[in-house]
Ligand binder design. Structure first.
Ligand code: CIR
Length: 263
């Protein structure tokens, strides 16, 4: 099934992004945009059609589209992001997703960031984070349980989102940073712990038969390649300063009829 990847440009104001665990360091917008374009090319190389949604220069974190929606085959759930500054990102994304899926919208008091949801088949592992509250877990369960999904809460420590510390690798395999999530919480799955000192590599993006991994983590890459995982390394130094990883910058949708691709 063809995969559509929705992305959004790096905002001019990215330097004013939300930060939770990192201290602010200068972000080079030009380099960030170059790296983001290379990321979009990696998505194309992995078989996606990439569609760039309109930019939003006044919304510093707009590039991190993953947090704003959770797209399942049956429904696109528009989240209510935990950071108030990010809520204005939703309208443009909801408008496009409404053309592709039935929409469900989360409402107060629920908060949930898409970066907290790790889907493996019909199981949704959901981080208990500073962004995703108990009402967010309940709202997600209310929407998805009737569709046959199970929501499993996961404790995380010392990171923004569940997917900062755990990522789906395909089939029943999950990459984890054992310093920030407990591998045993993923019952029945095969877990691949990132080597010590490479915690930031735990955010990786499976797309097609490829896993996009962040450049600069050679031991994680070798571990995955030795396990037969096809890896494509992508530079992410600039958006990492905004606490963004590789899953954060796209929303992936399986689509039967594919629209034309933006340049
Ligand atoms: C934020 O704090 O919301 C952004 N600076 C980073 C969001 C990264 N998104 C993600 O991990 N899914």
């Amino acid at each position: 099934m063809p995969v559509l990847a929705l992305t959004r440009p790096v905002s001019e104001s990215i330097a004013r992004c939300e930060l939770t665990f990192s201290s602010r360091t200068p972000i080079d917008v030009r380099t960030a945009r170059k790296q983001h374009s290379a990321y979009e090319q990696a998505l194309r190389d992995a078989g996606c059609t990439v569609e760039r949604l309109p930019g939003a220069d006044t919304l510093p974190d707009a590039v991190f589209v993953e947090d704003i929606a959770l797209v399942l085959d049956e429904v696109a759930i528009i989240t209510r992001p935990g950071a108030v500054s990010r809520r204005a990102e939703s309208s443009a994304i909801a408008e496009r997703l409404a053309e592709l899926r039935p929409l469900a919208k989360m409402a107060a008091p629920a908060t949930l960031d898409g970066g907290d949801v790790l889907r493996v088949g019909r199981t949704l592992y959901v981080g208990r984070s500073t962004r995703t509250n108990r009402a967010g877990h309940e709202a997600l369960t209310d929407i998805t349980a009737p569709l046959g999904y199970e929501v499993i809460p996961i404790e995380i420590g010392g990171c923004l989102h569940l997917k900062s510390a755990a990522s789906w690798l395909g089939e029943d395999r999950v990459l984890v940073d054992p310093a920030r999530v407990r591998p045993t919480d993923f019952h029945g799955l095969e877990t691949f712990p990132v080597p010590e000192g490479e915690g930031a590599a735990a955010n990786a993006l499976r797309v097609g038969d490829t896993v996009l991994v962040a450049e600069g983590f050679p031991r994680t890459r070798s571990m995955l390649e030795n396990a037969g995982v096809k890896c494509h390394a992508v530079a992410n130094t600039e958006l990492a300063k905004a606490e963004g990883g590789l899953t954060c910058c796209s929303l992936l949708l399986e689509c039967s009829g594919m629209p034309g691709e933006n340049p």
